[in-house]
Design a protein around this ligand. Structure first.
Ligand code: NDP
Length: 484
């Protein structure tokens, strides 16, 4: 595998140095040490990537669907064959337990390619008959060169969630992973070459958001942007792309409620609640960061929840036993600790955690935090309103269903919610009223790739997944033929 200390750009099917000749340090969160150098790209590299894409576009957009299917399926197989290498790379880059990368991130990245490889074979467009007058049919054509920008928390999974539908639909892509976690994206280039993806169909450019990401958003020949990341960055991207009428899909932050009713299966609600709060050190946009519990079971829930959290094993992410690894960067760790100070000033009771976690040996300088459980704060404080995006969860009590719904909806965000109840009527009633793009009932993170995915309110606009993604990455044209 073409891994090394220099993470180069992948343009026109070749690994190339950044035009600036400059490199950025890439840190391993578990050790706090630099372990590779990342291309520091700017608009000149984006220009080269767009040119490579434009060269490939005529071939790729007219490639038979069966061939697109075959190549994308081969990419999925290539990812699966390198499960261990990719999982390790993702863990080193991100700080997440390698077991999580092996079980979730990498298999789901392969699933993204496989899903859209098959989806494009079944994608149909509509026709509308005007009896005796005309027939309309809809052509859904590739947009051309599209931009995909992804964050650091689920690096390969979210990167491929965008790239797979874009190329399935016949587009060519200029993609940028987060500069904090570039390694798996770097390895993907080689997998694409092996699978026979024509050079230039996927171009991967590394660098910072302001230099490299923004150059993608600003490039006049890139006609659509699919972005996942923070809400403030999403707003900035929209302010550049919207006035020049680029198509935009924005998947942004969340402050997801996890509602536990008195009739819930409490054991399930607690074990899944711990997972949903602390998987990937709480750095999943879908993590439940506000747990709302009916007052009659609140004490029991908090006691058992804290007991389970206290048994989570914080360890070197490379250890197969690690359940909590390192957070992604020194800056992010400082940001989370600052949020914990704010919580204390707001009067929080720290029911568990709240401190840095000092590791020894290889990881002594890594970015480790205790999982933290907060109680005693009202919903309208900063701790319960702002996205912390770390291993921090706040638990509140409610007295009745309407209050639970009101608390859940009292947020600028609207990404996801979980509802725990054994009452079917209540499950439907509550799901209908929650203002989030996805509502899980008695589960969390269960994903069917055919379903629309995305957020309401400040969690974004547009939907990914299934036909929604293929629609986003195509332009609909109506052809109206009048009968003679
Ligand atoms: P950021 O918004 O900081 O970055 C996301 C991506 O955008 C990175 O590749 C970043 O590059 C790039 N970027 C930054 N500035 C610009 C710019 N001006 N123009 C173009 N691109 C830019 O988010 P994080 O990486 O910190 O990710 C965490 C956020 O992502 C959280 O808010 C989380 O909720 C959200 N998220 C949402 C998901 C969803 O599906 N709704 C899923 C996962 C995460 P670089 O990192 O190199 O600076």
């Amino acid at each position: 595998m073409n891994s090394g200390n220099f993470i180069k750009n992948f343009i026109g099917g070749k690994y190339v140095n950044p035009i600036s000749g400059e490199w950025l340090d890439n840190y391993e969160p578990a050790t706090g040490q630099v372990y590779s150098q990342i291309a520091k790209s700017d608009k000149r590299d984006i220009e080269a990537a767009v040119a490579a894409g434009e060269n490939a576009l005529p071939i790729w957009r007219s490639t038979a669907l069966e061939d697109r299917f075959r190549i994308m399926n081969a990419i999925a197989e290539g990812i699966e064959r390198r499960l261990d290498t990719l999982a390790e790379a993702e863990s080193v880059d991100n700080g997440k337990p390698v077991s999580l990368a092996r079980k979730v991130d990498i298999p789901r990245a392969a699933a993204n390619f496989r899903f859209f490889a098959t989806a494009i074979m079944h994608y149909a467009s509509e026709s509308h008959h005007m009896p005796g007058v005309a027939i309309n049919y809809t052509l859904r054509q590739p947009i051309g060169v599209v931009g995909c920008i992804s964050p650091w928390n689920l690096p390969l999974y979210l990167f491929t969630w965008k790239i797979a539908p874009a190329i399935a639909a016949g587009n060519v892509v200029v993609a940028k992973p987060s500069e904090i976690t570039p390694m798996t994206a770097y390895l993907l280039g080689e997998i694409c070459n092996e699978a026979g993806l024509p050079p230039g169909v996927l171009n991967i450019v590394h660098g910072t958001g302001p230099d490299c990401g923004q150059a993608i958003v600003e490039h006049k020949n890139i006609k659509a942007i699919s972005f996942t990341g923070g809400t403030a960055t999403g707003a900035r991207i929209a302010s550049i792309a919207a006035p020049v009428f680029k198509k935009l899909s924005l998947e942004l932050g969340g402050k997801n409620p996890n509602i536990v009713f008195e009739d819930a299966d409490l054991q399930q609600a607690i074990s899944t609640g711990v997972l949903s709060s602390f998987s990937n050190q709480g750095q999943i946009c879908l993590c439940g960061s506000r747990i709302l519990v009916h007052r009659s079971v609140y004490d029991q829930y908090v006691e058992q929840f804290v007991e389970k959290v206290s048994r989570l094993r914080i360890d070197d992410p490379m250890s197969p036993n690690a359940q909590i690894g390192a957070v992604v960067s020194a800056e992010h760790k400082a940001k989370i600790l600052n949020h914990l100070n704010i919580a204390r000033q707001e009067g929080a009771k720290i029911a568990y955690g709240g401190q840095e976690y000092q590791m020894t040996g290889r990881c002594k300088d890594g970015y480790f935090l205790q999982p933290t459980v907060i109680t005693g704060l009202p919903n309208n404080c900063r701790t319960n309103q702002e996205e912390i995006f770390g291993p921090v969860v706040s638990i509140q009590a409610f007295d009745h269903e309407e209050e639970a719904i009101a608390l859940a909806n009292d947020s600028p965000y609207g990404l996801a919610a979980s509802v725990w109840t054994e009452n079917l009527n209540r499950a439907h009633r509550v799901a209908e009223q929650i203002q989030t793009g996805i509502v899980w009932v008695n589960c969390w993170l269960l994903r069917d790739l055919r379903t629309p995915f995305g957020g309401m309110k400040n969690s974004g606009v547009g939907r990914e997944g299934g036909w929604e993604a293929l629609r986003f990455f195509t332009e609909a044209k109506n052809v109206c033929i009048k009968h003679n």
